[in-house]
Design a protein around this ligand. Structure first.
Ligand SMILES: *Cc1c(COP(=O)(O)O)cnc(C)c1O
Length: 379
């Protein structure tokens, strides 16, 4: 075991994808070869769609080639127009999907505790042009879905959840995608469950199933009819076969990460200036990120200084989701992007640091990373 300040010899990245046993994957590939069917709703695709509906405890799941296209289709399926209220504290895909749909993102500030869109700030951002809310369960922490739904119902708005971080999250036993109109999941290799690239929409309304099916496949109904201006959002058989193999590994990976999550919290408990993720009552975690917050005053070093110091020791933590989306050149001229409109997000974005978090990380690695962090503290 290395001493706290000894750099790692090999780089420790923030995550590592689940790689199923190669034979388990090639066994499924053999089925694809035998079928001579590579894409367009094949057997692997249908198996994965059913398996995920069960896993996510959601009535309907539609698979996609990636999460961003899935989110584009969600906006189109709900016929959003004009302005959509969203969070600046997210991955670029969230506001970009609105921009690509000809919609105007309207940024609202976040809750200082959950780091999700703050419902108390939504009402004031609604205008006659507002048609929807695109909220994100950041780091898998569920949004205040009851408050968001109350506002949406009162004002006639649609609600889409970017659940890219919330695979497998449950609130009091209910799947996270059973709220709002549509939820989007990303199956990118950096997410806990993945298909290398991929994604899905999950929803309850059966009427959406057919519309999403058409939008995902160029609007093609049959050989004679193309019903609407769709796109190509289909997941192919190779992705779906990988997904079926990865899904088998998810319970063990989740359990190992649960152990690492608790080990990090034990090792870093009581360190002044470090805020650890809290347990949320009734919530089953996604275990996709382990995020700490660093208070510069109290820790004696800024988050950026900690990030750089860890990097020197070969620990590649990530400052997700810095910079704020409202700071990108494509959005910063929007009135809602003004820093004065987003004081909480401005502060939080300077505090967050995602630590390495994946099942193959050993307990000793976790302890060494914590030792490094503690040794960095000044004061
Ligand atoms: C990963 C991610 C996406 C994009 O998903 P892709 O599958 O990579 O297109 C969207 N939103 C959030 C919050 C993400 O983290």
């Amino acid at each position: 075991m290395s001493s706290p300040v000894t750099p790692f010899e090999q780089p420790i990245y923030v995550t590592r994808p689940i790689l199923p046993d190669l034979a388990a994957f090639t066994g499924r590939l053999k089925d694809v070869w035998d079928s001579k069917w590579l894409t367009n709703h094949g057997r692997q695709h249908d198996l994965l769609e059913r398996a995920l509906a069960a896993y996510l405890k959601t009535p309907h799941v539609s698979l996609f080639n990636n999460g961003t296209i899935a989110l584009l289709v969600a906006c189109r399926a709900l016929e959003l127009k004009g302005e959509v209220i969203t969070t600046p504290f997210t991955f670029p895909a969230t506001p970009h999907v609105l921009a690509w749909s000809g919609l105007t993102p309207v940024f609202c500030d976040i809750d200082p505790r959950t780091m999700d869109l703050d419902p108390a700030r939504i009402e004031a951002a609604i205008t006659p042009r507002t048609t929807g809310i695109l909220a994100v369960h950041v780091y898998g922490t569920p949004c205040d879905v009851a408050a968001i739904q109350r506002i949406a119902d009162a004002r006639g708005l649609r609600v889409i959840y970017d659940a890219a971080h919330a695979f497998g999250v449950e609130v009091n036993g209910a799947g996270i995608a059973t709220v709002g109109d549509i939820s989007m999941f990303s199956f990118h290799a950096t997410k806990l469950f993945h298909t290398a690239e991929g994604g899905a929409l999950a929803f309850r309304d059966p009427a959406l199933k057919d519309r999403i099916y058409l939008l995902r496949n160029f609007g093609i109904r049959n050989e004679e009819q193309v019903l609407l201006a769709g796109i190509n959002g289909k997941m192919n058989e190779l992705q779906a076969a990988l997904g079926l193999a990865v899904l088998e590994c998810v319970p063990a990976e989740w359990a190992r990460r649960e152990r690492i999550f608790n080990l990090y919290r034990e090792e870093l408990a009581g360190v002044p200036g470090i805020t650890l993720p809290a347990d949320l009552p009734g919530v089953r975690r996604s275990n996709q990120y382990f995020v700490i917050r660093i208070d510069r005053q109290c820790f004696g070093l800024s988050r950026d200084e900690v990030h750089a110091a860890l990097k020197e020791r070969n620990v590649h933590a990530r400052r997700y989701f810095s910079p704020l989306c409202s700071e990108y050149p494509c959005y910063r001229e929007l009135p809602s992007a003004a820093p004065a409109n987003l004081p909480v997000a401005q502060r939080v974005v300077q505090e967050v640091l995602c630590l390495p978090f994946y099942g193959a990380l050993s307990d000793d690695d976790v302890r060494a990373i914590c030792g490094m962090l503690i040794s960095l503290r000044r004061g």
